[in-house]
Design a protein around this ligand. Structure first.
Ligand SMILES: C[S@@+](CC[C@H](N)C(=O)[O-])C[C@H]1O[C@@H](n2cnc3c(N)ncnc32)[C@H](O)[C@@H]1O
Length: 302
């Protein structure tokens, strides 16, 4: 959940981050996560780092930063990443993507033995589980065998939550009663007010930790990649790098979905523009010619 900005950047929970240390934190976040922390985020950062600093018994921000930097994959660095990522997400977020994906990708390619897809910033799991549920809705039982979803995120803490697949009832607000019955188990007793994703949906999704700004491991090729609402935090050079890497993991004819507020405009992405926030790698995909692909224009024409 995004944390609120505080009125005073000076002191939060007894902690004040000196300006030079704030600059060092920004540089570290940029280097490790690709995220641009802008001026004005001081109180947000202070609020998020106060707890790990207190728990670790650090007396100064510098002492804490040295501990974080000591081991690039150590617990202090992983916790630092957990604290400074924004994990806002929801079931069926930006739902027009899912409708398009069902009609123009899943159903067009329904005769393929496998449809491998990648959810590249999966946060607490609502997005990849929505993809799995949409796949079952579109393809029926075949989806359980056919659709494989790789769900990745940089934050170990959020991946753990995603793998638990348990959500408070409020989180299911966008989910219809029919979907709740079909795809979730309703908690009872001490689990009253919680829902668990059914195991058959869960088994369609494999979670893995992956940093989008590092060289990618051998994954793919994918028929679709959802990379939504993460590139908005990157600068244009980093966005270019991330899109280049993802293009290399798409099948010819494969689709890239970015967030509704995001665009590849201004990047030399070498992807065809399909419609706002949907792109396609040129070439004939496995389902090409069988379906209903839409007429295309360039992004500048819209
Ligand atoms: C705002 S959430 C978006 C979640 C989901 N894609 C959606 O649209 O609802 C952004 C996610 O990107 C992840 N993230 C940030 N930087 C990343 C990076 N360099 N590599 C991989 N994931 C990253 C964060 O941990 C966070 O879970």
């Amino acid at each position: 959940m995004p944390l609120p900005e505080l009125a005073s950047p000076e002191m939060v929970g007894g902690l004040r981050i000196p300006e030079a240390d704030f600059r060092e934190i920004c540089a570290l976040v940029q280097q490790r996560l690709g995220i641009e922390l802008r001026t004005g985020k001081e109180s947000l950062v202070t609020l998020r780092l106060a707890e790990p600093m207190r728990r670790g018994g650090f007396r100064t921000v510098q002492e804490y930063l040295q501990a974080v930097k000591r081991d690039p994959n150590g617990p202090a660095m992983l916790e630092f990443i957990d604290c400074l990522t924004t994990n806002h997400t929801s079931f069926l977020r930006e739902s027009s993507h899912f409708e398009f994906w069902q009609q123009e990708v899943l159903l067009v390619q329904k005769h393929r033995p496998e449809q491998p897809v990648w959810c590249a910033a999966s946060s607490s799991g609502e997005e990849p589980y929505t993809m799995a549920m949409c796949a079952v809705e579109a393809l029926g039982e075949a989806a359980y065998r056919q659709v494989r979803i790789l769900a990745t995120d940089i934050s170990p803490g959020i991946l753990e939550q995603a793998q638990r697949a348990v959500y408070r009832e409020e989180r299911l607000e966008p989910v219809s009663e029919a979907w709740r019955r079909r795809f979730f188990l309703r908690g009872e007793g001490k689990w009253q007010g919680y829902f668990r994703v059914k195991p058959e949906i869960k088994q369609m999704v494999e979670f893995r930790r992956l940093n989008l700004i590092e060289p990618l491991p051998p994954i793919g090729p994918f028929s679709s990649i959802f990379c939504r609402n993460v590139m908005i935090y990157f600068n244009s050079a980093t966005r270019g790098l991330v899109v280049d890497q993802m293009r290399g993991r798409l099948e010819p004819g494969g689709y890239l979905f970015v967030g509704h507020a995001e665009s590849l405009n201004g990047l030399d992405s070498k992807m065809e523009y399909v419609k706002p926030s949907v792109y396609r790698l040129a070439g004939l995909g496995a389902g090409a010619g069988t379906g209903t692909r839409m007429g295309r224009k360039t992004e500048e024409q819209t």
